[in-house]
Design a protein around this ligand. Structure first.
Ligand code: GLU
Length: 315
């Protein structure tokens, strides 16, 4: 029997410019794929309107190409065809697994029984969950849709981060799979797309670690197989220990490109962050791919320092 063709994806969200942290995750993803003969799908995740910036779609492609990455297929834009997500919604509706919800964020905040560790992630108390799902009609203007979850842990082995076990009901409760704007939410879109695009290996930042169990729950609800293998990688932090962001100055790839920094310097910096090289030396993506060894990648987050920035901008 021929072995399953393994496939990964590069999935930038055009909600802003790609920065050095994004570049490290993408470069490692690309190198793993090219080392192991996985196919690479490029998928621009443009569903998150109104946060999507029209210019960011092309810029993400330009940034990845500038960093000498390539891919085998281009999945196109998610907004161009909503049919696959609608089909998934129909299936979930028929299985009585989803229901409409018109709660505002404020209402969900006020309904919290205990202070939540991360207030970006509220735990939905089930306010709109019906007793009888059979009477729910399809047409629900201005409603989000939530999926029923089970109060038990979902466990899986992350190929990089190791054993994971998360109770989705206790973390976020019945989570949103379609927004009030009538669009599929990230959790649903990513599962539908990964499954239909044959993605077997998902490599991404560990800020999405908790999302993986939600996504595995959707695989189960939608009866999708095989389940993907996840590789959640540590993030790049600023000198203050917080996730790399605007507050740390300009770390956009396009900024460095405009400053005249070479792609090889960016890759060389990422190499020092990834167990490839102990000192900063310019390097091609091909050389990075040849030297990169996932077993040597630290499990600790990386810190972007002022010296790193000086090295990049000193031409
Ligand atoms: N588009 C998402 C992001 O850029 C990645 C989603 C995923 O890898 O599942 O954060």
């Amino acid at each position: 029997m021929p072995s399953l063709q393994r496939t990964t994806r590069l999935a930038p969200s055009p909600t802003g410019a790609l920065h050095l942290g994004n570049a490290r995750t993408f470069l490692i993803n690309w190198a793993l794929a090219r080392q192991n003969n996985w196919q690479i799908v490029l998928r621009i995740e443009d569903l998150d309107s109104p946060r999507v910036k029209p210019w960011a779609k092309q810029q993400a492609v330009d940034d990845l190409q500038w960093l000498q990455m390539d891919w085998d297929t281009n999945a196109g834009l998610q907004l161009d065809d909503l049919t696959p997500y609608k089909q998934a919604m129909s299936m979930l509706r028929e299985k009585h697994l989803i229901y409409p919800c018109r709660c505002t964020r404020k209402e969900v905040v006020e309904a919290q029984s205990a202070p939540h560790i991360d207030d970006h992630e509220l735990c939905y108390p089930g306010t709109c969950r019906p007793v009888d799902f059979s009477t729910i009609c399809e047409d629900q203007p201005d409603a989000a849709w939530r999926v029923v979850t089970q109060d038990q842990p979902i466990s899986y082995t992350d190929a990089f981060a190791g054993e994971q076990s998360h109770n989705v009901s206790q973390q976020v409760g019945n989570f949103v799979i379609a927004t009030k704007a009538g669009l599929p939410a990230y959790q649903l879109a990513v599962v539908v797309d990964d499954a239909r695009q044959g993605v077997t290996d998902i490599v991404r930042g560990d800020d999405l670690l908790r999302s993986a169990s939600r996504q595995l729950w959707l695989y189960q609800c939608l009866e999708l197989t095989p389940l993907p293998t996840y590789w959640h990688l540590p993030l790049v932090l600023g000198p203050d220990g917080r996730r790399l962001a605007k507050r740390h100055g300009d770390t956009r790839l396009s900024y460095y490109r405009e400053m005249g920094t070479s792609a090889e310097k960016i890759i060389g910096l990422i190499a020092t962050w990834s167990g490839v090289h102990s000192t900063r030396v310019p390097m091609s993506a091909m050389e990075f791919k040849e030297r990169f060894d996932i077993t040597k990648l630290s499990h600790d987050p990386v810190t972007f320092t002022d010296e790193d920035d000086q090295w990049l901008t000193n031409n």
